[in-house]
Design a protein around this ligand. Structure first.
Ligand code: NAI
Length: 321
C-alpha cells in the first residue's frame, strides 16, 4: 500500500517539511544527492521535532513516534516509486526541477500528487515536461518550515483543483495553515502582499521620512501585533469599510507605485552593502548578531503559534456550547 511521504532535497526547507510530515504520523523518507547531506538533513529534522516538543507544540508521544518514522535515501526512484505524496525541495533551478518532475511523473501513478516547494518559479513551468501536469502543485512552506504555519498551495495552469484541495486538506492535518492560490502568478499570494510592504518601507527610508529601524518598529510593534490573529481585511471590516475607503482615498495617491525596484536599494547593492552577508545593509551588522535576532524571531513565532492555537480552542469550545 502507498503510505509514505517523500521529501526530495533535505536542505534547510526539506528537513523542516520532513519534520512536519513525520509529526503528522507519516512514514517520511528524506532524499538527497549524497549520504552526508541526507544524514545532515535528518539530523536537522530531528532537532526541529525535538524543539517543537520542548516548546509544547507537539506532545512527547508525537515526537517520539516522528523520530521513528523518519528515513533517508539517496535513490530518488526507489524512494519515490511507492510514495503516496512527493514534495520537492531541491535547489531553486528551473531545469533541475523540470528534470526531477519529468522523472517523478514517469514513475508515479497519476493520482499521486507531486508538489514543489519553489519560492519563485511557476509550477506550470516546472511541470512542463510532465505527461500529467494536473497532479502537480506548488506547496510553498515558509521558513522556518517547522514553525511558520502558512503553506501556499498554488495551482498551475493545468493543476486539477480537486487535487489541490486534497493537498491543502492533507497539510491541515500536518498542523499547517494552508491557503489555496488559484493562479500561478509571481509572488504567489503572500509575497505579493509582502513586496507591497517592502516597496513602501524602502520608499519611506529613501525619502527620509523615517529611519530603517523606525520603519521596522512601526511594523513590528504596530500592525504586526495584530496580524497573527487579525489580517488587514478583518481589520477593515472591524473599523467599517466606509472609513477604510476614505483612508485609502487620502493615502493611496501619496504612496509608492513604482513598477520596479527603488534606486535606493539598487545603490546599496551596487555599493556592496548586501546586509548580513557583508556586514551592512539597512542595519550595521558589525554591531548586531543575526543569530540572536533569529532566535528572538523564532521564539516569538513559537509563542504566537501557541497563543493562536489556544484562541482557536476557545473558539471551538464556544461553538460547541
Ligand atoms: P538548500 O540548498 O538548503 O537545500 C537544497 C537541497 O537539495 C540540498 O541539500 C541539495 O543537495 C539537494 N538537491 C539538489 N538537487 C537535488 C536532486 N536532484 N535530488 C535530490 N536532492 C537534491 O535549499 P532550501 O533553502 O532548502 O530551498 C529548497 C527549495 O525551497 C528551493 O526551491 C527554495 O526556493 C525553496 N524555499 C526556500 C526558502 C528559504 O527561505 N530558504 C523559503 C521557501 C521556499
Amino acid at each position: 500500500m502507498r503510505e509514505h511521504v517523500v521529501i526530495i532535497g533535505s536542505g534547510m526547507m526539506g528537513s523542516g517539511i520532513g519534520a512536519m510530515s513525520a509529526l503528522a504520523g507519516n512514514k517520511t523518507i528524506l532524499v538527497d544527492v549524497e549520504e552526508s547531506r541526507v544524514l545532515a538533513g535528518k539530523e536537522r529534522a530531528v532537532s526541529c521535532i525535538r524543539l517543537r516538543q520542548e516548546q509544547g507544540l507537539n506532545i512527547a508521544e508525537e515526537a517520539r513516534r516522528a523520530e521513528t518514522l523518519l528515513e533517508t535515501s539517496t535513490d530518488t526512484e526507489q524512494a519515490a516509486g511507492s510514495a503516496r505524496m512527493v514534495i520537492e525541495a531541491i535547489v531553486e533551478n528551473l531545469q533541475a526541477k523540470q528534470q526531477l518532475f519529468e522523472k517523478l511523473d514517469r514513475i508515479l501513478p497519476t493520482d499521486v500528487p507531486i508538489c514543489s516547494n519553489t519560492s519563485g518559479l511557476r509550477i506550470t513551468d516546472i511541470s512542463s515536461l510532465c505527461q500529467h501536469p494536473e497532479r502537480t502543485v506548488t506547496t510553498h512552506f515558509w521558513l522556518p518550515a517547522h514553525l511558520v504555519p502558512l503553506v501556499e498551495v498554488v495551482m498551475g495552469d493545468k493543476t486539477d483543483e480537486q487535487l489541490a484541495v486534497k493537498v491543502r486538506d492533507e497539510l491541515k492535518a500536518w498542523k499547517k495553515s494552508p491557503v489555496l492560490v488559484r493562479r500561478d502568478l509571481p509572488g504567489q499570494l503572500a509575497n505579493r502582499v509582502f513586496q507591497a510592504i517592502i516597496r513602501e518601507s524602502i520608499a519611506i527610508v529613501a525619502s527620509g521620512l523615517a529611519t530603517a529601524e523606525d520603519v521596522d518598529t512601526a511594523i513590528s510593534c504596530g500592525m504586526a501585533m495584530r496580524f497573527p490573529e487579525w489580517g488587514p481585511l478583518k481589520h477593515l471590516d472591524a473599523i467599517g469599510l466606509d472609513l477604510g475607503l476614505s483612508v485609502q482615498e487620502t493615502v493611496l495617491p501619496d504612496i509608492n507605485r513604482d513598477g520596479c525596484a527603488n534606486d535606493y536599494l539598487k545603490k546599496l547593492v551596487e555599493d556592496g552593502n548586501l546586509g548580513v552577508k557583508t556586514g551592512k545593509g539597512f542595519y550595521d551588522w558589525s554591531k548586531r548578531s543575526i543569530e540572536t535576532d533569529m532566535a528572538k524571531r523564532d521564539q516569538f513565532i513559537i509563542e504566537a503559534v501557541k497563543a493562536t492555537s489556544r484562541l482557536d480552542q476557545t473558539e471551538a469550545g464556544g461553538e460547541n456550547r
